[in-house]
Design a protein around this ligand. Structure first.
Ligand SMILES: *Cc1c(COP(=O)(O)O)cnc(C)c1O
Length: 233
């Protein structure tokens, strides 16, 4: 595809996603706002630059190494960069250095490693707890019943600021709705257990195939890859 038509496509895709979010907010009687996180795994720095020109300011990568290469080229300078993949403890130090937020904290080990690195760098790393709401053995995330203990653990660590919960739903739209609803009610349960509201303000849920459902169920941040940049190679 010619570069100019790739640019046009991104422009119209972004408009369509924004409309979809607005429609879902209207249907559910929610006010929003809902943030768009652009998932840029496999997306070239040039196209990311174009997305920034269109006003996108939050990006997500799921591999530390790929993100590091793009960061080295200055691709995300001045924007927010979130880690949304599975984090291995031995990559936590690098992750704490290059990401503004790690959405996929699902163990005390990873939380501790991120905290230690953040303190060493003298910076604050925002984190979310990834919850495996559907107890899908093929997915990462802490189980709903272990999430309270993990939230309390994270709140006690220096260098980390807990901002909310994240989940990845399965393909089936009916199941996805149950999972999103489950994350929202887990948030309410953690609030009632005394986790501060600030630490639970974000619900990162919804991707290209299910973001409207997620917004209807309370998402504050949708993570969109293919819906913006087209199918991955
Ligand atoms: C790839 C990815 C997305 C985006 O998926 P699309 O279907 O391309 O919108 C969202 N969240 C996570 C965790 C991902 O790995």
């Amino acid at each position: 595809m010619a570069w100019s038509s790739i640019e046009e496509k991104l422009t119209s895709n972004l408009a369509r996603i924004r409309e979809g979010i607005d429609r879902a907010l209207e249907r559910s009687g929610r006010k929003g706002p809902v943030k768009i996180l652009a998932v840029t795994k496999g997306v070239s720095p040039a196209l990311i630059e174009k997305a920034r020109e269109l006003g996108i300011s939050i990006f997500g990568e799921n591999r530390v190494q790929e993100a590091r290469e793009k960061v080295g080229k200055g691709t995300f300078a001045g924007a927010e960069l979130h880690f949304i993949g599975h984090l291995q403890t031995n990559k936590a130090s690098l992750a704490a250095r290059i990401f503004s937020c790690v959405q996929s904290v699902d163990s005390t080990r990873v939380a501790f490693a991120l905290s230690k690195a953040s303190v060493r760098y003298g910076k604050v790393c925002r984190v979310m707890i990834e919850v495996n709401v559907g107890r899908d053995p093929a997915k990462f995330g802490v189980s709903p019943e272990d999430s309270l203990d993990l939230a309390r653990y994270v709140l006690g660590l220096p260098g980390l600021v807990l901002t909310g919960l994240m989940t990845v739903a399965p393909e089936d739209p009916g199941v996805a709705r149950r999972v999103f609803r489950g994350l929202a009610s887990l948030r309410d349960r953690l609030l009632s257990e005394g986790i501060p509201r600030d630490a639970l303000s974000e619900l990162s849920m919804g991707m290209t195939s299910d973001y409207e459902i997620a917004v209807e169920e309370g998402s504050t941040m949708v993570r969109i890859g293919r819906g913006l940049f087209g199918e991955r190679a």
